[in-house]
Design a protein around this ligand. Structure first.
Ligand code: RB5
Length: 149
């Protein structure tokens, strides 16, 4: 799969670990995140990957900050993005099966390397279930439309 990844200064080491993990599994990973503390906010990284995923340039995105929350909120401001914060694999599976999340986020101050890998595996092995979940995802899109100018 083609994956866009980004992180802020709080997640440089974990980003490097998961990027290598994904590449070793045969995925193509484009890195838009920090490799040193450049004073760039998580908001910028979240928006960047959000735009690329929403434009259809990637199969999905991976965002990592201290908690996964700030960077996912930023991405979720981009229309078409459904970013979910996951701290364990069950949520990672369900955000794909039920919410059709196109970005998975987690926190380097919350999860360790092995949990991060299990989150990614659970997300990538899952499939959107459609049906009643598709109706609800369409309702999310309706909210975006309601508030867009
Ligand atoms: C940076 O200190 C931290 O605020 C950021 O990584 C993230 O956790 C924000 O949600």
């Amino acid at each position: 799969m083609k994956i866009a990844i980004a992180n802020d200064h709080a997640a440089i080491e974990l980003k490097q670990v998961v990027k290598k993990y994904l590449e070793e599994k045969g995925h193509s990973v484009d890195d838009f995140g920090a490799d040193k503390n450049e004073g760039i906010s998580y908001t910028v990284y979240g928006e960047t990957v959000g735009e690329k995923v929403a434009a259809g340039e990637y199969d999905f995105g991976v965002l990592i900050c201290g908690t996964g929350v700030g960077i996912s909120i930023a991405a979720n401001k981009v229309p078409g993005v459904r970013a979910g914060v996951c701290s364990e694999p069950t949520t990672a599976r369900l955000v794909k099966e039920h919410n059709n999340a196109n970005i998975i986020a987690f926190g380097a101050r919350i999860v360790g390397e092995e949990v991060a890998k299990s989150i990614l595996d659970a997300y990538m092995e899952a499939e959107f279930q459609g049906g009643r979940h598709a109706e609800r995802v369409n309702m999310l899109t309706d909210i975006e439309k309601k508030y867009s100018k």
